[in-house]
Design a protein around this ligand. Structure first.
Ligand code: URA
Length: 235
């Protein structure tokens, strides 16, 4: 919500009064005077008028989780453990998932209570690179990289995947970078070239890289403020 609207939603403050209060420098956002009525205000910001606090800042949570195989990317499930089961009980009710992984897929998952930030990370239009380490049943054919660069036809959606980059690591292992996140996309791309994914691990989402070797499967940590800002900085 915009700052001027937040002010004029208060009892006894008209739009005209809100403009005057802003001009007089009587409104502070996170302890800094703010005169810009158009400033977007999130629930994670404190807003004060003189000595009165109009909105207290809700604690924001931004977590990176190393998802183990066997956990569902869901907030609850009657049958399988979910990724939320790996987090402290007091945090669970506040968090949502910024992107999903199949139950068998391991690697980077991001959880937050900041909906604007997670939309920035996952919006289809943001085209952030997602990097997967893929292990396959058959050797990866020489032309696979070219096929993925040209795009793979997905019949269900009736579209071509956007150009993806494949970096071969061994006969059966590669790093694949995609810029969208369709359902089972990596598995379907390999299936379309006559191969099968036997293990899938997400290493990166945009600027967020799973801590190599430091965050064991099942562990999580808070993102640093640099990491949080780096996501905002992506276009
Ligand atoms: N693509 C898949 O096929 N599965 C995942 O979990 C993620 C991307």
């Amino acid at each position: 919500m915009r700052l001027d609207r937040l002010l004029s939603n208060q009892n006894g403050i008209s739009r005209q009064t809100a403009r005057t209060l802003l001009r007089q420098g009587r409104v502070r956002v996170d302890n800094q005077v703010c005169q810009d009525g158009l400033r977007p205000i999130t629930p994670f910001m404190q807003v004060c008028l003189d000595e009165a606090c109009l909105q207290t800042a809700k604690p924001a949570h931004y977590l990176m989780l190393h998802k183990p195989a066997g956990y569902l990317s869901a907030t609850s499930d009657p049958q399988h453990p979910t990724v939320l089961d790996l987090l402290p009980a007091e945090l669970r009710p506040h968090l949502h998932l910024a992107g999903r992984l199949d139950r068998s897929t391991t690697g980077l998952m991001v959880l937050t209570n900041d909906g604007q930030w997670s939309r920035h990370l996952t919006a289809p239009g943001s085209r952030l690179a997602k990097v997967y380490r893929v292990t396959t049943r058959e050797p990866i054919a020489a032309e696979t990289g070219e096929r993925f660069a040209q795009g793979i036809y997905l019949a269900r959606e009736d579209l071509l995947t956007s150009p993806a980059e494949l970096q071969l690591l061994t006969d059966h292992e590669a790093l694949l970078t995609i810029y969208e996140g369709r359902h089972h996309q990596v598995k379907r791309m390999f299936h379309a070239v006559g191969n099968q994914v036997t293990a899938l691990h997400r290493e990166r989402m945009g600027p967020l890289q799973l801590d190599p070797g430091q965050l064991a499967a099942g562990e999580f940590r808070q993102l640093s403020s640099n990491e949080i800002q780096a996501v905002w900085a992506t276009t």
